[in-house]
Design a protein around this ligand. Structure first.
Ligand SMILES: C[S@@+](CC[C@H](N)C(=O)[O-])C[C@H]1O[C@@H](n2cnc3c(N)ncnc32)[C@H](O)[C@@H]1O
Length: 272
């Protein structure tokens, strides 16, 4: 039997020979190059893919996003991530004049933080990471519980099941610091949510991005940050498509009579 790598190389040849003008083929080629460790070709193919996508509202977005992929060693696929991040930036933009710090709970290799910090720098050229906080175990997801069970009928169930295990999405603090070196004053808080909130000084926050996928840490992050959010501040979860995170947000909001929006990209958004 042909070794896996040779099969992938053969598949890349086949995709290339099928032409460069079909976005579905370009997306597959991106993924195959990435799996082969051919990062520059993957990102170059992604640039071609982008020509088929609706332009971002901000003409700088794709430059920043691609710089983030390269800085954090993140695959361009899944390609639907771009639309979510465009929206994330628009949410962050809405809090530009709100007082308080900016937070991300769950950074993995730092891509979403790279994009948000790049915009904070664009809006305030002296921005060096001060007032930006990252909370993460740097050991990946915590243990899923019964609240994280993924029903058979759930949209994308098979994929979510593959991703939903303790330790997935682990990147070391040392690596993430390097990936985000352009913003040297970011405050990194290593530890499990909610333990890593225990000794924080009281502070106000204007924007909190929660991307920890599971029920417990999502609920814990909302419990901690929502009361500390400034008026007109936003807490947004990336994960309304994950059963555990969705139930946590539903439970949190139902208990307090809070309403929230869900974006077309599966983000839940609470404005205070
Ligand atoms: C999906 S990844 C985040 C992706 C990142 N926001 C991005 O878009 O580039 C989920 C992250 O949540 C972190 N995480 C999950 N459960 C956690 C917990 N209980 N405490 C701290 N971090 C946790 C993982 O370590 C991982 O970095």
């Amino acid at each position: 039997m042909m070794p896996a790598r040779a099969r992938l190389e053969q598949y890349a040849d086949e995709l290339r020979s099928r032409g460069s003008d079909d976005p579905a083929i370009l997306a597959s080629l991106c993924e195959v190059y990435w799996q082969l460790g051919r990062q520059p070709e993957s990102v170059e193919t992604y640039r071609s893919f982008l020509r088929h996508e609706a332009p971002a509202p901000d003409p700088d977005f794709d430059r920043i996003y691609v710089a983030g992929l390269l800085a954090t060693g993140t695959s361009p696929t899944p390609t639907r991530r771009r639309a979510r991040f465009i929206h994330l930036v628009e949410l962050l933009r809405r809090t530009r004049d709100v007082p308080g710090a900016v937070v991300e709970c769950g950074c993995f290799q730092g891509l979403s933080s790279f994009v948000m910090c790049s915009y904070l720098k664009q809006w305030a050229p002296g921005f060096d990471g001060s007032g930006y906080h990252v909370f993460d175990s740097f050991e990946g997801l915590s243990e899923p519980t019964l609240d994280d069970d993924i029903p058979e009928t759930w949209d994308n169930a098979a994929n979510l099941r593959l991703m939903s295990y303790a330790g997935n999405f682990a990147a070391s603090l040392e690596q993430v610091r390097k990936n985000l070196a352009a913003f040297p004053r970011i405050s990194f808080h290593k530890g499990w949510i909610p333990l890593c909130f225990a000794h924080l000084p009281e502070a106000r926050y204007r924007f909190v991005h929660v991307d920890v996928d599971l029920y417990d840490p999502t609920l814990d992050a909302f419990n901690y940050f929502y009361p500390r959010l400034s008026a007109k501040g936003i807490i947004a979860s990336d994960d309304y498509t994950w059963p555990g995170a969705r139930t946590a947000i539903d439970d949190f909001c139902a208990e307090r009579g809070i309403t929230f929006d869900v974006t077309a990209h599966g983000q839940a958004v609470l404005v205070k």
